[in-house]
Design a protein around this ligand. Structure first.
Ligand SMILES: NC(=O)c1ccc[n+]([C@@H]2O[C@H](COP(=O)([O-])OP(=O)(O)OC[C@H]3O[C@@H](n4cnc5c(N)ncnc54)[C@H](O)[C@@H]3O)[C@@H](O)[C@H]2O)c1
Ligand SMILES: O=P(O)(O)OC[C@@H](O)[C@@H](O)[C@H](O)[C@H](O)CO
Length: 383
């Protein structure tokens, strides 16, 4: 069984590659980081360590790597694969769509069998977005011809994998918890399950619960922590005021999720508690600038702050912790993050109100707009 996985980064090596390999797949990573590709080709294995007391390690063996710029080789691998997955960042999907389009075209020419392509990104409908990019690409084959053969099931993936600082660039430390949920309703019948993956008929409750709890809470800790001058999520969560901002935001998204999807209230409260413990994991060092990365994406209308806030507001629920986090996100001025630079330049050039409208879609006449402005102002440049 052959799997092609785009993105040999933290989640690619520390989660998706690990599970695929355990399920008996030969994993070919596709990446544009030449150093990573060369090391994977040379060693064909890497080590994953769990961030717990025991620090248990596992070696993932028999992996390979292809340079993503070698589109011909990537297309050939896709034509021959049994499964394709991605973890490159949702904004990067457009850059891999061409190679996937070529791979599908080659596969159809050769009468290759059915194939699932699963985007494991933090986004609602990540695989569906990838599908649109692939079939919008000039190298894509006819959509109808491909539709019986190629499926793009959406997925939710959860495992905290920080930026790694090991001497060995392939080694990756991951939290023990993981959850990978795939929309089985979009899959071809008779698929071969990946060990550890949960297949469900309706993904929406799972992806929204994950994104609007794990990722909402995570970015609240990151943005409030950044404003207060903390370097890591673990330091931020030790600050009682920040921990209470994070819990407050998760109670707000929780009220919306429970009402929207009928989750059991006490089970959801336990889910929140578990997540807060995961953020505090003393065996991990997760930088606030990683978790807060790409603030424009995180402030966008369909993402972890604005979407649950607007949905909850429309249900008549309180959202002041969520707007507080948006105010803090607008203060994220990390100079090495291109989206933070763009956001700050926009605030300086066009003013705060225009930036809130542009990036969140929340217009000046919406009551939440004033709340976000007030939250931003109360934080001041130095917090
Ligand atoms: N790290 C986590 O805790 C975590 C958990 C769940 C989901 N995710 C999601 O997984 C995705 C990847 O996150 P990450 O933390 O592993 O990031 P990462 O930066 O560690 O890994 C991304 C990898 O993609 C590679 N890449 C970039 N452009 C590429 C291209 N054109 N072709 C092939 N490879 C390319 C990069 O070189 C890098 O190795 C994101 O969507 C993220 O939201 C991350
Ligand atoms: O990957 P992002 O930028 O969407 O979000 C940053 C973190 O919140 C995220 O990577 C989490 O660690 C992960 O989603 C946990 O499952």
């Amino acid at each position: 069984m052959k799997a092609v996985h785009f993105g040999a980064g933290n989640i690619g090596r520390g989660f998706i590659g690990l599970l695929l390999s355990r399920s008996g797949y030969d994993v070919q990573f596709v990446d544009v980081n030449e150093k990573l590709v060369a090391l994977l080709q040379q060693r064909r294995e890497y080590t994953v360590t769990l961030a717990n007391e025991q620090a248990e390690s596992a070696v993932v063996r028999g992996v390979g790597a292809i340079n993503g710029n070698d589109v011909g080789l990537v297309a050939k691998a896709i034509a021959e694969a049994d499964l394709v997955t991605t973890a490159v960042g949702v904004g990067v999907l457009k850059h891999i769509a061409g190679a996937i389009a070529k791979g599908i075209a080659l596969r159809l020419e050769r009468d290759g069998g059915p194939l699932h392509i699963i985007a494991c990104e933090n986004a609602i409908g990540g695989s569906t977005q990838l599908k649109e990019l692939v079939f919008g690409h000039p190298d894509a084959p006819d959509r109808d011809k491909a539709s019986g053969v190629i499926a793009f099931p959406d997925a939710a993936v959860d495992r905290i994998v920080p930026i790694q600082h090991h001497e060995d660039p392939l080694r990756v430390t991951v939290e023990p918890f993981y959850e990978w949920v795939v929309d089985a309703s979009a899959m071809h019948g008779g698929y071969r399950p990946v060990e550890g993956v949960i297949y469900v008929d309706k993904l929406q409750p799972y992806i929204e619960r994950k994104l609007f709890t794990v990722n909402t809470g995570h970015c609240c800790a990151a943005y409030h922590g950044y404003v207060q001058g903390y370097e890591t999520i673990q330091q931020s969560m030790k600050d009682a005021a920040i921990a209470s901002e994070v819990r407050g935001a998760l109670q707000e998204t929780g009220a919306f999720l429970i009402r929207q999807y009928g989750f059991d209230g006490s089970e959801h409260a336990a889910y929140i508690d578990r997540i807060l413990e995961r953020f505090r994991n003393p065996h991990l060092t997760d930088e606030v600038v990683r978790v807060g990365r790409s603030p424009i994406r995180k402030l966008s209308p369909n993402d972890r702050l604005v979407r649950p806030a607007l949905s909850a507001y429309e249900m008549g629920l309180e959202v002041s912790y969520l707007t507080a986090a948006m105010g803090a996100a607008l203060r994220f001025d990390f100079a090495e993050d291109p989206e933070a630079v763009e956001l700050q330049a926009s605030i300086s050039a066009q003013g705060l109100d225009a930036a809130i409208e542009k990036y969140t879609g929340i217009t000046r006449n919406h009551p939440l707009h004033a709340q976000i402005r007030a939250a931003y102002e109360s934080r001041g440049a130095a917090g």
